[in-house]
Design a protein around this ligand. Sequence first.
Ligand SMILES: [Zn+2]
Length: 355
Amino acid sequence: MRDSGVNMRKQTIIVAVGCLAAVGAVAVTARHFIIGHTPAQTEADARGARTELTTGAIDARWPKPGAEPAATPAPAVQPVATTPPAVEKRTVVAKPACNNPNALGVSRTIQLDTTGGPGLGMSQYRDYDFLQPGEVVLTFDDGPWPVSTPAVLAALSAQCVQAVFFPIGKHSTWHPDILKQVIAAGHSVGSHTWSHQNLATKTPQEARDEIEKGISAVSMMAGTPIAPFFRFPQLRQTADLKAYLAERNITAFSIDIDSEDFRIHKPDVLVTSVMTKLKKAGKGIILMHDLHKWSAAALPEILAQLKAGGYKVVFIKPKEMLTTMPQYDAMVTAAQPQKTSSNAKPIASIMQNVD
Ligand SMILES: [Zn+2]
């Protein structure tokens, strides 16, 4: 093994701590943040981390536009404005009315001060054990996506619950109208990088570019500042990047309960998986993906079983919204396809081959 004897002893201690905390499955990653590895060690560990705490292989699970099966065709990609919408003004969303007297509902709403970048999610960050027994936070990654994201929104609305979304920057540029639906429904919207790279394998500058470009893209496509909430793709981070988020006053959300919907594609199996893990953990931040239609299909039953089981949904919203960095706004703008002017005529209507 590559670890020195000292590190092996540390590892043994930390794995024991992880088991005591009933998060044995994630103890290998949790140890990074308990024992204060150096950045170099943490990066090396992150690269070699086991897949148990990841959200799956990126390329295999990240469909491209038009790759949906014929039964659920992806709507045409929306045209994107070539100039960014103003983001100075925050969209104020009133709390949605609840027309279902038997809804699960939100039991409490937390306003989070992200100054200094406090991490949430006990699998990686152990400073803030903020949930009471039976409380859950619902989180959805990798959207916005046609069909599945609107279906997730409908399921949440039907039970009058609110969640935290972590959209991908590129996806947001492809489907800004769906992103706006998430904003309009009053959910918290953070970000999840520009193109869902494993940041632990990137140079520090490349990783920061991915983070900031993602923030700019989601903010610009939302048309309003977003929450200073961030989730690392595959939960792969480095100590340097966590420190960078702290400088930017951005909270990293880890997880407590991985639905594993990247590999479990049958909605009924997914429901059982989530509820079994939740029963064992007793509470926690639940990770799902609004990218997947099977996750959207499973959500109504998961919410019904949460209510039947007496679980409480906690909603987290930010105290302050996040300011983008202009140079990254410009990069996102430059990455958009240039539109022709609206009064341009078809070429054939103005040009004829005459000779
Ligand atoms: Zn993801």
